[in-house]
Design a binder for this molecule. Structure first.
Ligand code: ADP
Length: 273
C-alpha cells in the first residue's frame, strides 16, 4: 500500500469489515510477468458478505488479482488465504508447504467467477450447463441439482429458457446464465470481472440488476471489477482504486467516488463524467 493510501484510510478500528475474520486475505502479494511487476505488495482483506468494487485504469492489475484467487495465476511472492485456508500453500504439522492439487480443488470450490466472456458449454442446454458442476464436482444428487439450478435460473429471469441452448440467447441472457451457473455452487466469494464489457449497451442493465439482486441478499462476499461507476456506488460496501499495481485509495463509495484524495483517482474519475 502506498503512503498516500495510508493517509486517506480510516484507522483499522473504524472499519467494521476488519473486525470480522476475513473470507479473503491477500498478504504482501506481488506478481511479475517477465521482468514487469504488475502487482506490488498488495494487502487486501474482504469480510464475509462484503462487496468490494475494484476500479482502476486498464492494465492496473485488477484481473490478475482476481485470477490469483481463482488459482489461474500464481503469486510471485506473498500469501493468499480464503476462508482461513492458504491458497497456494497448505499447513502440515505447523509447516507451510506448497499446496497439492487436492487442496487447491477444495479451496477453489469456495470461489465462483464470471468473466467478460460467458463461456457457457455450447452443446448443453441452459439447465444442463447449471447442473454439471454441482453433480460432478460437489456430488449433489441429480434431482436436487435440477431443483437448485431451476430456482437459480428463475431468479435471474431465465426460468422459461431451461431447454434452450446458449446460441439461442442474447449476450445478456447468456451472462445471466453464467452468473446462475457460478452461484448455484454456493461459493463464499464471487468474482465478477467486467461482466458487462462485452455486451451491447442495452443489455448491460439486466445483468447489473441480477448482480444487485444477489448482492442485496448479502450472504456471499463479492469482488467486482467494473468500469460502471454508478453500479459500483450502488452495490459496493467498499471501493478499491488500483493504479500501476498498487492500491492507491480505498474506502466507502461515498468517500472514494465523491471525494477522491489523490490526483490519480481524480483524473481517473473525470473520464466517467
Ligand atoms: P487490469 O485488469 O487492471 O486491466 P491486468 O491484471 O489484466 O490489468 O493486467 C496488468 C498487467 O499485467 C498488464 O500490463 C498486462 O499486460 C499484464 N499481464 C496480464 N496477464 C499477463 C500475462 N499472462 N503475461 C504477461 N503479461 C500479463
Amino acid at each position: 500500500m502506498s503512503a498516500i493510501a495510508k493517509a486517506v484510510l480510516p484507522s483499522e478500528n473504524e472499519r467494521p469489515a476488519a473486525a470480522e475474520k476475513p473470507i479473503v486475505r491477500y498478504q504482501k502479494v506481488s506478481k511479475t510477468f517477465g521482468d514487469v511487476e504488475v502487482l506490488k505488495q498488495i494487502d487486501l482483506e474482504i469480510a464475509p458478505g462484503e462487496k468490494v468494487a475494484l476500479i482502476g485504469p486498464s492494465g492496473s492489475g485488477k484481473t490478475t488479482l482476481a485470477r490469483m484467487l481463482m488459482t489461474l495465476e500464481k503469486p510471485t511472492s506473498g500469501m493468499i488465504e480464503v476462508d482461513g485456508e492458504l491458497l497456494w500453500h497448505r499447513k502440515v504439522k505447523g509447516k507451510v508447504v506448497p499446496a497439492n492439487e487436492k487442496h487447491l480443488r477444495r479451496v477453489r470450490q469456495k470461489i465462483g467467477m464470471v468473466f467478460q466472456q460467458y463461456n457457457l458449454f455450447p452443446h448443453m442446454t441452459i439447465l444442463k450447463n447449471c447442473i454439471e458442476a454441482p453433480i460432478h464436482v460437489q456430488g449433489v444428487p441429480k434431482e436436487e441439482a435440477v431443483q437448485r439450478a431451476t430456482a437459480m435460473l428463475e431468479r435471474v429471469g431465465m426460468g422459461d429458457k431451461l431447454d434452450a441452448y446458449p446460441s439461442q440467447l442474447s449476450g445478456g441472457q447468456q451472462q445471466r446464465v453464467a452468473i446462475a451457473r457460478a452461484v448455484v455452487m454456493e461459493p463464499k466469494v464471487m468474482l465478477f470481472d467486467e461482466v458487462t464489457s462485452a455486451l451491447d449497451p442495452e443489455l448491460v442493465g439486466e445483468v447489473l440488476e441480477v448482480i444487485k439482486d444477489l448482492a442485496r441478499e448479502g450472504r456471499m462476499a463479492m469482488m467486482l471489477i467494473t468500469h460502471e461507476m454508478d453500479f459500483a456506488y450502488e452495490v459496493a460496501d467498499r471501493v478499491v482504486f488500483m493504479d500501476q499495481g498498487y492500491i492507491v485509495e480505498e474506502g466507502p463509495p461515498q468517500e472514494v467516488l465523491e471525494n477522491p484524495q489523490t490526483k490519480r483517482l481524480q483524473s481517473f474519475l473525470r473520464r466517467f463524467r
